[in-house]
Design a protein around this ligand. Structure first.
Ligand SMILES: *[C@@H]1O[C@H](CO)[C@@H](O)[C@H](O)[C@H]1NC(C)=O
Ligand SMILES: *[C@@H]1O[C@H](CO)[C@@H](O)[C@H](O)[C@H]1NC(C)=O
Ligand SMILES: *[C@@H]1O[C@H](CO)[C@@H](O)[C@H](O)[C@H]1NC(C)=O
Ligand SMILES: *[C@@H]1O[C@H](CO)[C@@H](O)[C@H](O)[C@H]1NC(C)=O
Ligand SMILES: *[C@@H]1O[C@H](CO)[C@@H](O)[C@H](O)[C@H]1NC(C)=O
Length: 359
C-alpha cells in the first residue's frame, strides 16, 4: 500500500487517496471565490474547465466528501506555497494599491528607465524565457512571477505571509484530517533580499537561480514551519527539490532528521539524467551509476540521518518506459517490469506516479 499520486496544475493541487484496493486520484483547485474544488484527475486540468464545472459546490461539501471516502487510508496533499494564482484574494488585495496592507505580501518593485525606456526591476528570466516580472499599469510597478505571470511569488520575508500560509494552508488541511504534504518547489521560498541582477552585460533575461534556490533564509523558514505547525501533527512531508544538485550537504540540510525540516524529498537527478523534458537523451552508464549511488546515499546512515524517496517519473518527467526502456509493443511489458524491479531495490520510500502502475 504505497500509492501516491502527484501532479501540479498551474492553479491547483493534486491529491491521491491511497487504499488497499486501489487509488482514487483527485484534483484540488481553489477558485476565484476561494472555494476549494475537488475533481477527478481525468478531467481536463485547464483552469476554466475545472472552475466552471464545480464552482457551485461549497468547500464544506468537498471536505465532507473527502472524509467519507470509503477507501481512504492515508492521504497527502500537494501544498503550493511558493506562489499564489493571480486571482487569489491575497494578490487581488496586494494589486489594488501601493498602500494596501498586503502590498508587501508579494514582490512589487518600480521599473528602471534606461534612456526613457521602461525595463523590469532586474534581469531575471521566468520559465517562459521572458522577464520574470509583469508590469501593472494601474500602480506603475512590476510584480514577480518566476514560474509564470499568473503564479505570483509570495514574499516569505514578511512574517505575516508566513503565518498566513501556516494557518490558511497547512493548519487548514491538517485540521481537516490530511496526513501530510508534498511541498511544491520547496527550495524556492527565500529570495536574496536585494533581488540582485544576474551578472550580464546585455539587456537579456537570465535565470537568477542562485538568488532564489536555497536562498539565505530557506532553512530558517522550513524550521519555523516545522516548529510552528508540522511538529504539532502526525504528518509526512516530502519536499519537491526540483533542481538537480550533486552536493550532499544541500540534500542533508533538507532531510536530516536532526534539522527538523522535512521528512524526505523528491530529488530530481535520477529522473532527469537522460532526458531533456520529454526528450530522451543518449544513455550513459557511468552517469547513471553516479546518480543512483548519490540517490541511495541520501538515506544511508553512513551519510547522515536523512531519508530519500525513489521514483522514476513525475508530472514534469513522465513515461519512464519510453525514456529508460523500450516502449514498442514487443518490449513494453518487459521494460516496465524491469524498471519496477529496479526501483524497488533502491533505498528510499517508493512513489509511483499515476498511471505507472498500469503499464
Ligand atoms: C491589477 O489591478 C489592475 C487595476 O484594477 C487590473 O487592471 C489588473 O488586471 C490587475 N492585475 C491582475 C494580475 O489581476
Ligand atoms: C542611452 O543612449 C545613448 C545615446 O544613444 C547611448 O550612448 C547610451 O549607451 C544609452 N544608455 C543606455 C543605458 O542604454
Ligand atoms: C529548476 O527547476 C525548475 C522547476 O522544476 C525547472 O523548470 C528548471 O529547469 C530547473 N533548472 C535547473 C537549472 O535545473
Ligand atoms: C555544498 O553546499 C554547502 C551548503 O550550501 C556549501 O556550504 C558548500 O560550499 C557546497 N559545496 C560545494 C562543493 O559546492
Ligand atoms: C558520461 O558520464 C560521465 C560521468 O558523469 C561523464 O564524465 C562523461 O563525459 C559522460 N559521457 C558522455 C559521452 O557524455
Amino acid at each position: 500500500m504505497l500509492l501516491l499520486v502527484l501532479l501540479i496544475g498551474s492553479h491547483g493541487m493534486a491529491i491521491a487517496v491511497t487504499s488497499k484496493s486501489g487509488s482514487m486520484p483527485l484534483y484540488l483547485v481553489e477558485n476565484s471565490h476561494r472555494q476549494t474544488i475537488l475533481v477527478p484527475i481525468k478531467l481536463p486540468i485547464s483552469k476554466l474547465a475545472v472552475h466552471e464545472k464545480t464552482a457551485h459546490l461549497p468547500l464544506a461539501h468537498k471536505i465532507e466528501r473527502l472524509s467519507l471516502m470509503p477507501v481512504a487510508e492515508n492521504c497527502i496533499f500537494d501544498l503550493v506555497i511558493d506562489h499564489t494564482s493571480d486571482d487569489h484574494p491575497w494578490f487581488q488585495e496586494s494589486n489594488s494599491s501601493k498602500t494596501n496592507p498586503k502590498r508587501d505580501w508579494y514582490f512589487w518593485r518600480p521599473p528602471q528607465y534606461k534612456n526613457g525606456t521602461r525595463y523590469p526591476p532586474n534581469n531575471w528570466a521566468g520559465y517562459n524565457g521572458e522577464s520574470a516580472w509583469t508590469y501593472d499599469e494601474h500602480t506603475g510597478e512590476y510584480y514577480l512571477g518566476i514560474f509564470s505571470p499568473v503564479q505570483i511569488d509570495l514574499n516569505w520575508e514578511n512574517a505575516d505571509v508566513r503565518n498566513a500560509i501556516y494557518q490558511d494552508a497547512l493548519r487548514f488541511w491538517l485540521d481537516a484530517g490530511i496526513d501530510g504534504f508534498r511541498i511544491d518547489v520547496v527550495s524556492y521560498y527565500s529570495k536574496t533580499p536585494e533581488l540582485p541582477n544576474f551578472p550580464a552585460d546585455d539587456d537579456g533575461f537570465y535565470p537568477g537561480i542562485q538568488f532564489y534556490v536555497n536562498g539565505p533564509h530557506e532553512h530558517q523558514y522550513l524550521q519555523e514551519m516545522n516548529r510552528k505547525v508540522l511538529s504539532q501533527y502526525e504528518t509526512l512531508t516530502v519536499g519537491e527539490y526540483a533542481n538537480s544538485t550533486t552536493n550532499m550537504t544541500i540534500m542533508q540540510d533538507y532531510v536530516g532528521a536532526h534539522r527538523r525540516e522535512l521528512n524526505t524529498i523528491f530529488y530530481f537527478n535520477m529522473v532527469a539524467v537522460f532526458r531533456n523534458g520529454y526528450e530522451p537523451l543518449a544513455f550513459n552508464l557511468s552517469a547513471w551509476r553516479e546518480t543512483i549511488a548519490f540517490n541511495d546515499a541520501i538515506g544511508d546512515p553512513a551519510t547522515g540521518d536523512g531519508w530519500n524517496t525513489v521514483f522514476l517519473e513525475n508530472h514534469d518527467l513522465p513515461r519512464s518506459v519510453s525514456s529508460f526502456g523500450d516502449e514498442t509493443a514487443e518490449y513494453r511489458a518487459q521494460s516496465a517490469k524491469l524498471l519496477s524491479m529496479f526501483i524497488s531495490t533502491m533505498s528510499g520510500t517508493l512513489f509511483l506516479y499515476q498511471g505507472q502502475e498500469l503499464v
